[in-house]
Write a protein that binds this ligand. Sequence first.
Ligand code: ADP
Length: 485
Amino acid sequence: MTIKLKDSSLLKTQAFVDGQWVDADSGETFAVTNPATGEHLANVASVGAAETRRAIAAGERAMTAWKALPPKTRCDLLENWYQLIIENTEDLALIMTTEQGKTLAESRGEVGYGASFIKWFAEEGKRIYGDIIPGASDRRGVVVKQPIGVVAAITPWNFPNAMITRKAGPALAVGCAVVLKPAAETPLSALALVELANRAGLPAGLFSVLPGMDAPAIGGEMTSNPTVKKVTFTGSTPVGKLLMKQCADTVKRTSMELGGNAPVIIFDDADLDLAVTGAVAAKYRNSGQTCICANRLLVQEGIYDSFVEKFAAAVNEFRIGNGLEGTTTHGPVITEKAAAEIHAKVQSAVAEGATVVTGGQPGEQGGCFYQPTILTDVNDSMRVFREEIFGPVAPVFKFSTEAEAIAMANDTEFGLAAYFYTESMGRSWRVAEAIDYGMVGVNETAISSEVIPFGGVKESGQGREGSKYGLDDYLETKYICIGGL
Ligand code: ADP
């Protein structure tokens, strides 16, 4: 393998089941490649339903002792894991950039962000409070919160570290076991994380990682196995809907963090420079491949031309390339297929009348690269208004009134994140309350951290990750009536 780490034992290619590194029963493997170079990185074990079943059974066994531990003991172990992640930031970042493509600076940022969920939930795990409910004089109602059971987690490739920690952190902190299927594009980050969890002293069976090419086989077992009480998923809306349907037969609880179609609304009364900086970050972070990336820029007519000019000037400063090189500001997209799909969306917009201000073509480097792109002369009947682009393409729409901007923002089945820029206090409140989104950034697009509730409404999903609310997704509420007083 061609990733030069300080600690080469972080590079794992087997599955981790019941505390053991194992090959797939079938002996099958799948290839992991570097999207910046096309280079083959590793062959990773491709497990299926049988290994998933064993991991779930091991989780159930391990949970019995784990959930009975004092919260502090559980949380101390999570704290150890956090420390190990921080100590190994450089190696984890190198693995991430090499298999995912984002720049090293972004990868380092994600490792810190991912670790913050472990630390946060190591702290919050000690604060799982219940209630005492007054009633008749001979009785009291007691409400306790208990771990929901074995949790199955399915994660995407765009955040190969943080999407795992913000599920595993709260689940483990409250006393659950976790079986995880990472994305096939980025299994190495997941396997390095579980290696560190193992070194931190997490008991065998509590956290298994199941890489595999056959997602329906692994997901099918996770969603049908009655021992799994909760499925938590981050990924595309069609797969999320499918998993919810599959979970219905055994009435599992689900948390779904699905697609977005985030607007950035820039009003005439915005601080223009602040808006340009925020829009650039919201659109092009991770080369446009985050579910809260700006998908539609909605700019009021009075400020439209000056916004486009400054926005294009900022984008033309980007240095596209291999994320391992220090000068690179933006890496490739995840696969050649993704680059081709992005190009098809741009071409469809152009055929419908859009104008390319900058970019609009596959990257000069070829392969998985796509040029950062800005489109004008776009309208709400085009595909780029409705569909999540998931790439470095910014369509800039024009509107005239606040009411029109709100209607455009809400004209989507999605409702994850939205952002707007205004200097008016009244408008800040009006618009924030009128748009149907789980998260709203006012004069700010860097809205995510471990202390806030991350999640969407409408077809963007259900449940919240991070913050004190993030524990609830992994807890059951039990009412105990204490009578005969
Ligand atoms: P993306 O388009 O971002 O890859 P997906 O929803 O396809 O989004 O993938 C997110 C995660 O869901 C990945 O780990 C992928 O392997 C997994 N996945 C895809 N299809 C299924 C399925 N039918 N059952 C379970 N997991 C699936």
